[in-house]
Design a protein around this ligand. Structure first.
Ligand SMILES: O=P(O)(O)OC[C@H]1O[C@H](OP(=O)(O)OP(=O)(O)O)[C@H](O)[C@@H]1O
Ligand SMILES: Nc1ncnc2[nH]cnc12
Length: 247
């Protein structure tokens, strides 16, 4: 059986038996290197197996965190306007364990999508709820944090973009010196609904010459198809909206 088809629970066993096999291999044949020369095929497979079992552990942890976080969201029908089912993320921040779970989940999501050279230099959070976790995530990633704010709040020279969102219209601004040309930028926000807010923030990043590597959201209201407005990869922890029954 090829090593890659082993169940995850057997990866460690297969690692140790493959190193035994190297020790007992005869001096040199056309298909086996000498015993004191590491077989590149074997060691590559072993490290691939280690990487894949680490990735599997991360995926399992992320799935469990998502279930926990989904359970913490509260809903308010007809807020702020009739017909909107408002998703309230604040209970997550009111509880230390949930807050820490959220940051761990976001870190795992970023790892999964932007590991190695793909890591962002700058995390951008959108006013106001993107400010609740953007700075903490930036710290965890070793990136700087930059706010995109509603019009009239930022001092000094700014760039402006107008947008429409699920329940209204607005303007976003960013300080002109907030991003250096070519910096890798990740935009984060709590919710993507129609995608208007996120698209406006993306256009601000581009106006400043930033390299927009992607977007991360806690929740995507996917039936509103907001991601179709975005021209960088989109990752979300939770997707969809189902009205919860009152307890
Ligand atoms: O995808 P969209 O349709 O653009 O909607 C999503 C945006 O709407 C909410 O922000 P809101 O403007 O209500 O501001 P707040 O964070 O200040 O409450 C939410 O936090 C997103 O930023
Ligand atoms: N349904 C919703 N709940 C919370 N925030 C939102 N922002 C846009 N749509 C929203």
């Amino acid at each position: 059986m090829p090593a890659t088809s082993l169940p995850d629970s057997l990866h460690g066993q297969r690692d140790s038996s493959s190193s035994q096999a190297v020790n007992t291999t005869p001096a040199s044949t056309s298909s086996h290197p000498p015993a004191d020369t590491p077989d590149p095929t074997t060691s590559t497979n072993a490290s691939q197996r280690r990487l894949s079992s680490t990735a599997t552990a991360g995926t399992t942890e992320l799935s469990n965190l998502k279930i926990k976080l989904r359970g913490a969201l509260r809903q308010f029908p007809d807020f702020p306007t009739p017909g909107i089912l408002f998703e309230d993320i604040l209970p997550i921040f009111a509880d230390v364990d949930l807050h820490s779970s959220l940051l761990r989940a976001l870190e795992l999501l970023v790892d999964e999508k932007y590991s190695g050279a793909g890591k962002p230099d700058v995390v951008i959070g959108l006013e106001a709820r993107g400010f609740l976790f953007g700075p903490s995530l930036a710290l965890k990633l070793g990136a700087s944090f930059v706010p995109v704010r509603k019009q009239g709040k930022l001092p000094g020279p700014t760039e402006t973009a107008s947008y429409k969102k699920e329940y209204g219209e607005d303007f976003f601004q960013i300080q002109k010196d907030a991003i250096r040309a070519g910096q890798r930028v990740l935009i984060v926000d709590d919710i993507i609904a129609t995608g208007g807010s996120a698209a406006a923030a993306g256009s601000l990043v581009k106006q400043l010459g930033g390299n927009l590597v992607g977007y991360i959201f806690m929740l995507e209201l996917d039936f509103l198809k907001g991601r179709d407005k975005l021209d960088a990869p989109v990752s979300t922890l939770l997707t969809g909206q189902e009205e919860k029954k009152p307890a």
